[in-house]
Design a protein around this ligand. Sequence first.
Ligand SMILES: Cc1cc2nc3c(=O)[nH]c(=O)nc-3n(C[C@H](O)[C@H](O)[C@H](O)COP(=O)(O)OP(=O)(O)OC[C@H]3O[C@@H](n4cnc5c(N)ncnc54)[C@H](O)[C@@H]3O)c2cc1C
Length: 418
Amino acid sequence: MDYDVIIVGASIAGCTAATAYGRAGLRVALVERHRSPQAHKTLCGHFVLGGTRDVLRRTGLWQPMLAQGAAVTTGLGVWTGAGWVVPRPDSGVPPAISLRRSKLDPLLRGIADATPGVDLLLGRRVVGLVENAAGAVVGVVTSNGGAERAELRARLVVGADGHRSTVARLARVAEDRAPNHRFLFWAYYEGATMNGPGDGQVWSLDPDIAVCVPVDDGLTQVGVFPAKDRLPEFTAGRVAAFDRFVARLPDGPSLAGARRVSNLIGTTDYPCIRRDPTPRPGLALIGDAATASDPVPAVGCGWAFRSASWLADSTAGALASGADLRRALRSYRKAHRFIDRYDALGRQDALAQPPGTLQRAVRTAAVTDPYVARRLAMFAMRAADPSVLLNPRVALRALVGSGVRRSRGAASVPAAGR
Ligand SMILES: Cc1cc2nc3c(=O)[nH]c(=O)nc-3n(C[C@H](O)[C@H](O)[C@H](O)COP(=O)(O)OP(=O)(O)OC[C@H]3O[C@@H](n4cnc5c(N)ncnc54)[C@H](O)[C@@H]3O)c2cc1C
């Protein structure tokens, strides 16, 4: 074998996995179609939820991200229509971190490249898979963009090549797609002032959503995620519709004296895609190649870091010792269920339907009840299993709490942003 593991795609998931495998003493080929080590994804909001903090610390990536100027958000205020929910500073909800991909991707690639055992192969696009007679994947075929083809072999091939995964297509992996009924645009500002509570804000406007969070270089990122019935308004005049939307946010940011330092970035259609993360013997998928979720709850980068780390944890020992990989891959499959559970809920949210009675009750109760607020924040940060919020105790407390609040005359849901 040429390598112990071949990883296709040197972005978040691929670099995280390559670094972990290299540190475990394995020989790793990290294959990337882009030629420049500075290449980066542009269509990404890069807000990494707090649930990823522990993995980033354990893999030694948190500090280098801070050193590049990443902004840390410790207390995200959530506008619910019934008021603001802000978890207490001592609530133990892990902070989010944000570093633009123009800095994050080269940073991760540099760390992977400097790890002994990792060969970063830039300018090589994977165009084929090598399979043995039993149907196991045992290698890849790469192209340099010209006539040159090269074959690499390894015990494990990892598809970390994003939501359009070529590896998955070549391996004939089934794709489970679900619609996304929102679209999204954001921009970066210099000199914006936040007026909501906490050090960042999210507005749940049912069905629209908006965010305002700090990013690196002291910039503020303002994003809008409207339901698709507002597409005509944005098609008629994207910047004007964006500005109107932001201006109507309750306690929204002041942008009058601020300078917009980017174009509006976004997309009008981004369906959710899910694939089996261990679809074939000798093959695993991580990051977006396995689960490309709705971008609105900002889960994808975290899933990429976490799934890569879980795969390396599950399989490095077997790869090093020459033990059977099937068991190790089953262990990765099991860890990945954490993402599957959230993705199932995310697909419901992506339909942009009005919230149900319980969802409304939880949000309303969280405004005044720190217990519910903490659980809502842990859920939103993907810092614990969904059952941290979705359990009978929280449901009962929320229903009772929100009922009490209503009887005292709580604020009604405003038609903010519409
Ligand atoms: C509009 C939008 C906003 C988002 N905002 C957020 C956010 O705020 N927070 C968040 O957590 N997530 C966000 N996401 C999701 C996030 O961008 C992705 O989940 C994340 O980039 C996944 O990382 P990855 O490493 O799996 O894949 P990618 O970052 O897509 O990387 C795939 C890599 O594989 C390489 N590659 C592809 N094909 C080949 C091939 N054949 N051969 C060799 N190399 C190949 C590519 O060049 C690339 O380097 C957003 C997504 C979108 C679309």
